[in-house]
Design a protein around this ligand. Structure first.
Ligand code: NAD
Length: 378
């Protein structure tokens, strides 16, 4: 029995397989087919894939025709889905909340679709956690992007011509992206402070050598929701937080925001009035821009000029580190998919009752099955 694995591209700079993981899938008995040019933007050529043992085909339809397993970065378009074999298992980040009928198309094609971003954040699934691997890179890149726009230096420097002070960097939201931004800013020599609404972050921020700034009242002490995520804070808390942030931000050179609450619009943490108190040439990076933004005036994918040479960078250019982002994403995918394969056959052997499968599986046997998206089966 041959287990066919197809890899698609949708114009993202990342790719869902690397030569390293091609070899691993082949070692499990898979035959890998890659859509031509899929790795180009990540610095992986078609011949790199061929050397690793994959076959390269010109288009997506040819890639998926016989595929039992399909790997992608983003959700493939409807035409490609309709070209898939019924029963094929598709793994990608699916953006299921904004699917606009795509779940119905996947169900209609008989595809078993898995949304990698719904992977539960439990110890067993750590190596499969695409949100963490990509958020960590986004946090790193946010500091690099800010430094590139900033007209001064990050580290304190003593020169023959005098001493240059360290830049003051404030990180708002100390989850995966925020903690990596703090660590990166510290490595580059900045003086770093950070805030979050989850008490657990206080120690994490301090252990990275940054100063923790927060309104630590009773509500803060009870703020962590299930799964370690933040809760939406009360209007009273938000007002106290805004007052504290306003006083702090006026002394900052760079502000990096990463604050999110699952299923909600991003909290607005930095107002235009606060930006106006910052020094000329300051830089803000809003990693929450796609979810409405933490910073007033940020726009997805743009660098907004907020006057007085102040820049607001909407998003982190993770696309500029496609090679590393692909390498981690491909390993996350392999970690999950390899647990769904019976190596003796080799073939897919999915345990539909497994927690990781149930949490990520959107469609199966012609129906939408995920309860969060209208699925009937538990
Ligand atoms: P996220 O991207 O959902 O949010 C980013 C941060 O913003 C969070 O730390 C959140 O508390 C913070 N935030 C929300 N509202 C805020 C506000 N008003 N002001 C300031 N900060 C605010 O979070 P994430 O990076 O995905 O991580 C969330 C949690 O999941 C953390 O506890 C993390 O340790 C945990 N996690 C666990 C695993 C695992 O066990 N496998 C993996 C990854 C993350």
């Amino acid at each position: 029995m041959v287990m066919h694995i197809a890899v698609l591209t949708d114009g993202d700079t990342r790719v869902a397989i690397t030569p390293e993981t091609v070899r691993k899938y082949e070692a499990l008995g898979g035959k890998v087919v890659v859509q031509g040019g899929a790795g180009a933007a990540a610095g992986i050529s078609d011949s790199d894939f061929e050397t690793a043992g994959a076959r390269v085909v010109p288009d997506a339809a040819a890639a998926v025709r016989d595929a039992d397993i399909i790997l992608a970065v983003g959700r493939p378009g409807d035409t490609v889905i309709r070209a898939c074999k019924p029963g094929a298992a598709l793994f990608a980040t699916m953006d299921p909340h904004q699917a606009n009928g795509a779940l119905e198309v996947m169900a209609g094609a008989g595809v078993s679709a898995f949304a990698m971003e719904l992977m539960p954040r439990i110890t067993r699934a750590q190596s499969m956690d695409v949100l963490s691997s990509q958020a960590s890179l986004a946090g790193y890149r946010a500091v690099i992007d800010a430094a590139a726009e900033f007209p001064r230096l990050l580290p304190m420097m003593m020169t023959a011509a005098g001493t240059i002070p360290a830049a003051q960097i404030f990180v708002m939201g100390a989850g995966v992206a925020g903690l990596q931004a703090i660590a990166t800013a510290r490595r580059l020599g900045a003086s770093v402070s950070a805030t979050d609404v989850r008490p657990a972050t206080k120690e994490q921020v301090a252990s990275l050598g940054a100063k923790f700034i927060a309104v630590e009242d009773e509500e803060f002490k009870a703020a962590e929701a299930s799964g370690g995520y933040a809760k939406e804070m009360s209007a009273a808390y938000q007002a106290k937080q805004a007052e504290l942030v306003a006083a702090h931000i006026a002394k900052q050179d760079i502000v990096i925001t990463t604050a999110l609450i699952p299923g909600r619009a991003a909290p607005r943490l930095v107002t235009r009035a606060m930006i106006d108190t910052m020094r000329a040439g300051s830089v803000l990076v809003d990693l929450a821009v796609e979810r409405g933004g933490n910073v007033e005036g940020s726009r997805p994918g743009e660098v907004v000029d907020a006057g007085r040479r102040i820049k607001i960078i909407g998003n982190s250019s993770i696309d500029k580190i496609g090679t590393t982002a692909s390498s981690l994403y491909a390993r996350n995918l392999y970690s999950f998919v390899s647990t769904l394969i019976d190596r003796d056959k080799p073939a897919l052997a999915i345990d539909w009752d497994d927690e990781l499968v149930k949490s990520t599986n959107l469609t199966r046997d012609g129906a939408i099955v995920h309860p969060a998206f209208g699925g009937a089966k538990p």
